[in-house]
Ligand binder design. Structure first.
Ligand SMILES: [Zn+2]
Length: 477
């Protein structure tokens, strides 16, 4: 449904282009002398002007022709770099009714870090999220555009509050009915308590309805079986990494055998044997297969790094902590305590695994897998602050071996492609969205450039640095 609305908007905005140029020649905003970053080609076009009307770019032209572009407002961007607004492809709004305002207060944080779109991957306050999204689109609330899965689908007695719990095919049908009724943008499947059969059934039924699916995955399922049925994306690296093992079959069988015993083998118990049987040829075959299928992957490197380092990190002076509601901060305790309880041995293994799994990302990219940057920020996910965490994710993607341009693609056009709206979002061109960010230095030379945000245009409204700081101050405790 959202896609239909988006496509209608695209059609309207494209068809208006000629009219506004020839008839009135008036734009709401003209950016002059901009260095425009093309994240797809990794090239820069210098001395450009960008003429904007509302939420749409009406023209990109030589700055010398600025006299031909009558606008309400001109901004000189000499020496600055312009690129599409950033997309965080994995965030959460959650924590129960008592945290609705605390979650809403995260919206300005995203915007001030140049995140103009987020993909929410399951939460427990969907009516509020739908409401914010409406207000943001209407321009009455400052925040990123929101794509949402609504509640997660999981098995009985699921880990996350608000999940739709299913066991039988009929319950799957009902759950998907309820998600379609509220017009979610994709289906997020979780694996805390779900059987392999039910997991695959969700994918099959969702595929039959033309819905996009993404998930965690029970280790009793093989990734290829899920992808063959239509799974579109994998969150985190665990599931793809498992399928890189030369012993995937026997490991999966052992997990299935253990399911109804006193000691079922969970994800973390299976990981060392998967790590030890990693096979380069199996991995390459898998990546080619996934690439051909245009499969998407959200590696979420930064949250792993943060959790793996919790024991030795003092977060009490984090500069963004004062921007997080204390009730939301209180939800951090669970992950902090479990990370602290982990033995030094298991923490050391987690670090070793994270390094190995992330080192595969450039090869996945080469084989055509659609890599999407996502932070996993939100309640419970300790010290992964909205906005900043996506910047850190991009730096880690570059550290893993992606070029800065590829990392920027993962946070712009790749997300728009996954959501089926890349005709309008994720790149800068005539007829496309004016959601963009202005940087002080060239992000293609050094990814750290994304930390120096000079201006954000979101939904047709331009925020300079002063205005972004004002937004931030409005949520400072
Ligand atoms: Zn998550």
């Amino acid at each position: 449904m959202m896609k239909i609305i988006f496509l209608t908007l695209i059609a309207l905005s494209v068809s208006c282009t000629c009219f506004s140029q020839t008839q009135t020649n008036t734009y709401s905003l003209v950016l002059e002398n901009a260095s425009v970053v093309n994240v797809t080609t990794g090239k820069i076009a210098y001395k450009r002007l960008i003429a904007i009307s509302g939420d749409t770019i009406k023209a990109i032209d030589d700055t010398k022709k600025v006299k031909q572009y009558k606008a309400d407002r001109y901004i000189d961007l000499s020496g600055k770099y312009v690129m599409p607004g950033l997309w965080d492809m994995h965030v959460h709004f959650r924590g129960g009714d008592g945290l609705i305002q605390a979650n809403k207060d995260l919206l300005p944080l995203f915007l001030s870090y140049g995140i103009t779109t987020v993909r929410e991957c399951g939460g427990d306050m969907t009516p509020s999220v739908m409401n914010w999204r409406k207000q943001i689109t209407e321009g009455t609330l400052a925040g990123p555009r929101i794509f949402t899965s609504g509640p997660k689908i999981d098995g009985p007695k699921s880990t996350w509050a608000g999940s739709l719990e299913v066991e039988t095919p009929e319950q799957v049908t009902k759950a998907l009915d309820s998600l379609q009724k509220i017009n979610v943008d994709f289906v997020k499947i979780y694996e805390s308590k779900i059987s392999g059969q039910t997991f695959l059934d969700i994918i099959t039924q969702a595929e039959n309805r033309g819905l996009t699916t993404s998930g965690h995955m029970p280790y009793s399922v093989k990734l290829k079986d899920a992808v063959e049925r239509g799974l579109d994306a994998s969150e985190h690296l665990y599931y793809i990494f498992k399928a890189c093992s030369s012993k995937e079959d026997s490991i999966t069988n052992a997990i299935i055998q253990s399911e109804n015993t006193a000691r079922p083998i969970g994800l973390f118990a299976a990981l060392p044997s998967i790590y030890n049987t990693y096979d380069a040829k199996t991995a390459d075959r898998l990546f080619r297969y996934l690439g051909k299928r245009k499969f998407s992957l959200v590696p979420t490197l930064f949250i792993s790094k943060t959790l793996n380092a919790i024991k030795e990190t003092d977060h009490s002076a984090d500069k963004l902590l004062p921007y997080i509601d204390s009730k939301l901060q209180a939800t951090y305790a669970g992950r902090v305590n479990s990370a602290k309880r982990a033995s030094d041995e298991s923490t050391a293994f987690s670090k070793k695994y994270a390094l190995k799994a992330s080192s595969l990302i450039p090869q996945m990219q080469r084989r055509g897998i659609n890599i999407m940057a996502g932070s996993d920020c939100g309640a419970y996910n300790s010290y992964v602050y909205p906005g900043e965490s996506l910047h850190e994710e991009l730096k880690l993607l570059v550290a893993s071996g992606l070029t800065p341009a590829q990392a920027l693609q993962s946070a712009t056009i790749n997300g728009a492609r996954f959501m089926g709206v890349n005709e309008f979002y994720g790149s800068l061109a005539r007829g496309k969205s004016s959601d963009l960010i202005v940087l002080d230095t060239n992000p293609l030379n050094n990814i750290q450039a994304i930390d120096q945000i000079n201006m954000v245009i979101s939904n047709g409204k331009a925020y300079n640095r002063l205005e972004l700081d004002k937004l931030l101050n409005s949520i400072k405790r």
